[in-house]
Write a protein that binds this ligand. Structure first.
Ligand code: GLU
Length: 422
């Protein structure tokens, strides 16, 4: 199977070629500006010292400071981190926000750490990367298995090192530490804005449409929440413990409560339960939202996918060969790509950073409307560009992902050209 990095670079190359940009643009963007590998020693509760490995990849800063999350995951590799950082450069460019892209990772299973160990690891990681981050340089945020509490420890650690508070150094912080309440659910909300716009454009409306969601962490839960709030029917959800299916619609708030309290989605008291966490991928729903991690829809299982519309909540859930197969299906409409669909998190991060730089805070509703407006605009810009690219290249199977990459690359190219880099 192609790695996530190969996949990312393949789509990047393809989009650069599609619009005839100079080949050196690919040479420039296929490698990150800087990679920092760090070791993080943590004294564990049992007295033993464990040394963790972490990274911060700064991919490109033509459009502004590097920006992207930090992932804690037992299987994360430097290659995956590079791919994710590249994806952030493109996502931030497409979103129209003034950021380059970066991504951090620590190879660890956070489920196996106590709160004290997790705090020590988070603080140790910040000490290790502190020379290269800051509100004007590189602004981390959460990603898989990291959250506002971890951001609070991190902003505190950096503030101690600098000797003054640096609110704008991290985003998705708790509201009392210069965060914004919308950030908690912004990625899920943004995914549903994309789903709603797509369903209205291509499926004749959003209300009453059935939705299956794979992954019930921050993104999956809040996508489910906003989808049902806006009138769609969530019929399948899953986490690593299994899946829940209910054709009459899942009570999302109850599912969130049970999952957060017991750490198991299958403790949801109603509907049918299944052991296989992949079940929502194959549910007969109008819309599928993969909201866990990369490479879950593959050539091996794509034939079982029935949804007409895929909205990528996770980063890189669909492999390229699987995506090709999906588009060859007659009733398949589109995969709304990750860099467009899940940008709500980083767009909200941008709004939070703007607030932090001026110590002026909007209320929740005003923030939410600003976020939704940016997401709607980006969806339509991408959908329009896709139409245009398809008519310009009738001989090529241009995907919506290609269109998103084209728009993203164009903006970065323009900035790099004006700066005299290429
Ligand atoms: N981790 C999120 C992403 O992949 C958010 C990044 C951010 O807010 O900086 O887009």
């Amino acid at each position: 199977m192609t790695s996530y990095l190969e996949w990312m670079l393949g789509v990047l190359k393809n989009s650069i070629d599609l619009i005839g940009l100079p080949a050196e643009v690919y040479d420039f963007l296929s490698k990150p500006d800087r990679i920092l590998t760090v070791k993080i020693p943590v004294r564990m509760d049992n007295g033993k010292l464990m040394v963790f490995e972490g990274y911060r990849v700064q991919h490109n800063n033509a459009l502004g400071p590097y920006k992207g999350g930090i992932r804690f995951h037992p299987e994360v590799t430097l290659d995956t981190d590079i791919a994710l950082a590249t994806g952030m450069t493109l996502k931030n460019s497409l979103a129209g926000i003034p950021y380059g892209g970066g991504k951090g990772a620590v190879r660890v299973d956070p489920q196996k750490l106590s709160m004290r160990e997790l705090e020590q690891l988070s603080r140790g990681y910040v000490r290790a990367i502190s020379p290269i981050i800051g509100p004007e340089k590189d602004i981390p945020a959460p990603d898989v298995n990291t959250n506002p509490q971890i951001m609070a420890w991190m902003v505190d650690e950096l503030s101690r090192l600098r000797g003054y508070n640096v609110p704008g150094a991290f985003t998705a912080k708790p509201p009392v530490l210069w965060g914004n309440p919308v950030r908690l659910y912004s990625t899920g909300l943004g995914v549903v804005v994309a789903a709603k716009e797509a369903a209205e454009k291509w499926l004749g409306g959003f209300e009453g449409k059935t939705i299956a969601i794979q992954g019930f962490g921050n993104v999956g839960q809040w996508a489910a929440y906003w989808a049902s709030k806006w009138g769609a029917k969530v019929i399948a959800i899953s986490d690593i413990t299994g899946a829940v299916y209910d054709p009459n619609g899942i009570d999302v708030e109850l599912a969130m409560k049970v999952t957060n309290e017991t750490k198991k989605v299958i403790n949801y008291p109603k509907g049918e339960k299944f052991d296989d966490p992949a079940l929502p991928l194959f549910t007969d729903a109008d819309i599928l939202i993969p909201a866990a991690i990369e490479n879950v829809i593959t050539l091996e299982n794509v034939d079982k996918v029935k949804a007409k519309l895929i909205i990528e909540g996770a980063n890189g859930p669909t492999t390229p060969d699987a995506e090709k197969k999906l588009y060859s299906r007659k009733d398949f409409v589109a995969t709304v790509p990750d860099i467009l669909a899940n940008a709500g998190g980083v767009v909200m991060s941008y709004l939070e950073w703007v607030e932090d730089l001026q110590y002026y805070f909007w209320d929740e509703e005003e923030t939410r409307e600003k976020l939704a407006k940016i997401m709607r605009r980006n969806f339509h810009r991408t959908a329009d560009r896709w139409e245009k690219l398809k008519s310009e290249h009738p001989d090529k199977a241009v995907t919506m992902r290609d269109a998103a990459f084209v728009l993203a690359v164009e903006r970065i190219y323009e900035a790099m050209k004006l700066r005299g880099w290429v």
